[in-house]
Design a protein. Sequence first.
Length: 226
Amino acid sequence: MSRNTPPSVAPSVGNPTGVLIAQLVDGLEPVRPLRFSSGLGFALAGLGVTMTTVALLFGIRPDVITGSFDPVFLLATGLFLLLGLACAVTVIMMSRPRVGSDHGGWVWAVAMAALLPIAATISSLGRGPAAFTASAAQQGFDCLMAGSGLALMTFAVLIWWLRRGAPTSPGRAGLLAGIAAGSFGIFAISFHCDSSDIVHIGLWHSAVVVVSALVGRIAVPPLIRW
């Protein structure tokens, strides 16, 4: 027996179990366990970078700077922030699968945020064609593109975190990563968008979350499979 071979795993004919164990652990290295606080910290840091990007590249809307917040703005941004946090927390937890873990809290956040497009639809029915002018559509499209672009930072952070872990439901993880990314993206651009119209926010801002969710569901699972 070699001096460097542990007695418990010494390859011998009379100890096939030891041989098998030695083969299984050969080349393995210890890894640092994923910590929830670290994952949440990275997600919040990504949101901070996104907010800084909006402030530097686009500027902050005047009423936010003066502190005279519109109630619709406060309600909408609060719902998008809560939705983004709920889904980001769930994604971080899904990277560390455990028996008995409950990942259903995000559903309630989605239900609350769904009030925005519902309110926008009801309001638009009352206004008629006046709710869908060319200028309103152009402003909405600008928010859709900007919010979707700003979602990329959160996408990158959550995909990187999921690749470090072992999510057992890649499809759901991708969907929730997309919802979180879109919510953070539109939350950030809302501080630049000067519209507090419920139709604009409920349709176009919510569309950012929907588009990001679809992208996450399709594009993320192949990147995080293990």
